[in-house]
Design a protein around this ligand. Sequence first.
Ligand code: C2E
Ligand code: CA
Ligand code: CA
Length: 511
Amino acid sequence: MNDVSKLLPLIKFYAVIAFVCALAILLGILNIITGEEITHTEKLLSAYNFVLVVIVIIFCVIVRKEFKLIRKHINRLKSAYNVAGIDPVCNLRNKYKFINDGEIFIERNPEKSFALIHFDISKFTIINNTVGYKVGDKILQQIGKTLQDILADEITGKGEGDNFFAVVEYKDQEEVVDKALEVSDKIEELKIWQKIKIKPVIKIGIFYVNRDDLDLRTAIERAYFAKITLKNNYKSEYVIYNDKIGSELIEAKRMEDEMHKALERKEFKVYFQPKVNLRTGEITGAEALVRWEHPKLGTISPARFIPIFEKNGFIIKLDKYVFEEVCKNIRKWINEGYHVVPVSVNVSRVHFLTRNFVSDYSEIKRKYRIHNRLIEIEITESIAFSNENVDEVFSVMREFREAGFDISIDDFGSGYSSLGLLKAMPVNTLKLDKMFLNDIEDYNAQVIVSNIVNMAKNLNLMVVSEGVETETQVDFLKGIGCDIAQGYVFAKPVPVNIFETFISNGKAKYY
Ligand code: C2E
Ligand code: CA
Ligand code: CA
């Protein structure tokens, strides 16, 4: 990359020339404007300005040509680096060279055992967005160097973004964990984190390579899949690939293979779970929850397929399908004279990266002539309060509100909320995370829940308590003035025909 930096003075030189030209033109124009006979066209066409314009045009042509050459040069250098298999940011092997060199290294040492380690710096996009890509690249360089320094005798490489790999030799399996943790500790100790005031979280997946079935591409995939089973967002951790993770990987692949056909065959079913008004005992709404009724595997819970569909983007199609099914049902209920209640639908974070999110949903809402207030969007707290792009998320929320949708913040209190943001957030309802009810007999938990309910009331927000399972919880929630509750104590999510029986005879009463 040093060659590229040699081009920088040239670029700077042309930038200075361009600046001088611009200044000269400005002076020329000022000369015309401040001249006494402004309207005289001879002045405009005076030789002085004419010459200036010609000079600028010539420079523009030259600079354009040079820039083309420079761009070509940079591209050539980049592809040379790629062909050579070197990641230009970190000076480490890229994934392809890593796989190639790693396999050769293992084959040449038939008496030794090897493991593949996959390192991932959590939420690196947030880091990039917070500190800028230049600093982001610097961090990656330092991580790359740390990896190379500690594992100097092993094969190291870098994948896309913030993924790093290593093939390490071991005598006993513990050694691999020690090496991985040493790298992770040293990365955490880099001074740059203090400077930017971010605590890094490093996730590590380990796969013990099987020599008889040597394929580092698969090894990377397995270590990666092991790594994504790690759930703690705040702590560096490692996990070793095992058979259970293996069967989950196979299951994930199967779901990916079958998802499109399943949608065509209408195997995805929308269930409805009632929300109950705690004062009156009536059904005041419902949440739409999707299930996959698989012809061979039976009913599959969304907890199993949604993370996979979020990763491969299929969730966008599925969520839109669920939304349309809900609108279709509401229209049918209106036409058939049911006691129609508002239904909330879940949307994934992936939608926030797409265009036309609000307009597509509005279009469907219009198609089925669904009144405002009858449809609600549930956005999880982790999306609504993500530091990543608060402004964008807020503007999408505002668009939804303007298009006549109500908005609920789902899983409220599960960890991300910045209460300061709440007062500016265009939402109607907070859905209290079900974890609050786990130990509601505990005094501290009671104080927290009743204060959240109070705060929400002061902000004119509705509160729905989720995951209510017992009469004790119902009594407590009633006592603190919580408006609405949803949970197994009233009803599990049910198929549409059963939900229709709930809303068929006027207002369904639970107590
Ligand atoms: P969620 O949005 O927090 O949905 C509430 C979950 O709590 C549902 O799980 C529901 O069945 C469960 N639940 C309700 N009452 C109780 C209770 O009293 N006790 C307990 N322990 N659980 C209760 P479900 O249906 O398995 O859905 C899991 C998650 O999958 C949902 O969590 C939501 O995040 C996601 N999901 C479901 N349907 C969709 C969808 O159409 N689109 C998207 N993007 N996500 C969906
Ligand atoms: Ca929800
Ligand atoms: Ca929830």
